[in-house]
Write a protein that binds this ligand. Sequence first.
Ligand SMILES: NC(=O)c1ccc[n+]([C@@H]2O[C@H](COP(=O)([O-])OP(=O)(O)OC[C@H]3O[C@@H](n4cnc5c(N)ncnc54)[C@H](OP(=O)(O)O)[C@@H]3O)[C@@H](O)[C@H]2O)c1
Length: 257
Amino acid sequence: MSRTIGIIGVGEIASAIVEGSCASGDHPGFFLSPRNAERSARLASDFDRVEVCESNQDVVDRSDHIIVSVLPQQTESVLSALDIPSDRTLISAITGVSVEALSPLLPQKPSIVRVIPLPPVRERQGVTAVYPDHPQVEEFFDVLVGTVVAETEQLFSTLSATTATMSAYYAYLQTIADWLVSQGWGRVDADRIIRGQFAGLGNKLSTTDSSFADLVAGHETPGGLNEMLHREWMDENNVAALSTSLDRVFARVTGKD
Ligand SMILES: NC(=O)c1ccc[n+]([C@@H]2O[C@H](COP(=O)([O-])OP(=O)(O)OC[C@H]3O[C@@H](n4cnc5c(N)ncnc54)[C@H](OP(=O)(O)O)[C@@H]3O)[C@@H](O)[C@H]2O)c1
């Protein structure tokens, strides 16, 4: 990957990318938008070869590859104010904005690559979706632990849908902890118990290649308690509701809702 990466939209996900990348001494140089003065200044003071630029255009002028990670509704105003030459690569982390929608905002036709980086890139544990394939972009995100390249933009968008399941996962844990509290446990202990239980399962995921089906089978005894809760709670209706919700998020990220 080029030694110069610009970032416009130095928010949550961009900070995670910079922090994950800079965890190794051998990281590219970063040029940051000045918009989020405090956050950009902190990153620049925490890491070598991270600089805050004078303007978004200055970011473009000094970088070979530019990660744009603003909110979808900010895309047009941010990109239309910039002159991005054809020899640059625009790496868009913006959710739900297609290559077709980005192209008219980039009259000089830089390469466009869409990515879905996830918060665990901060700990170098996030697999980043990439579309279309781009060896230098893949090389950069591979360091943050890996990439998966989508063959089509439709397939890429299915991953936007599945990343929408993260807060529901925490809400599931919260609901279990809330039940313990309703039974008389204090909040601190209830949270600690559930955290410990699921942190162990999370570690297991990162250390095994077992299929999900095998993991399910491995964590329930026929006729046992896990199987009972699994079957009772995740019944046909519940499974169908999750599937329908994924369909609806997919429709939204592909502009079809
Ligand atoms: N967070 C995630 O886990 C995640 C994962 C994958 C993809 N994404 C996508 O990545 C994008 C950013 O998400 P985020 O969670 O990082 O949001 P965020 O924390 O709100 O970051 C967006 C940043 O863009 C800045 N910005 C807005 N207008 C700008 C401009 N004209 N010039 C320069 N910077 C500007 C915002 O600054 P102000 O605060 O001053 O407005 C803000 O710091 C979104 O499209 C999101 O869907 C996020």
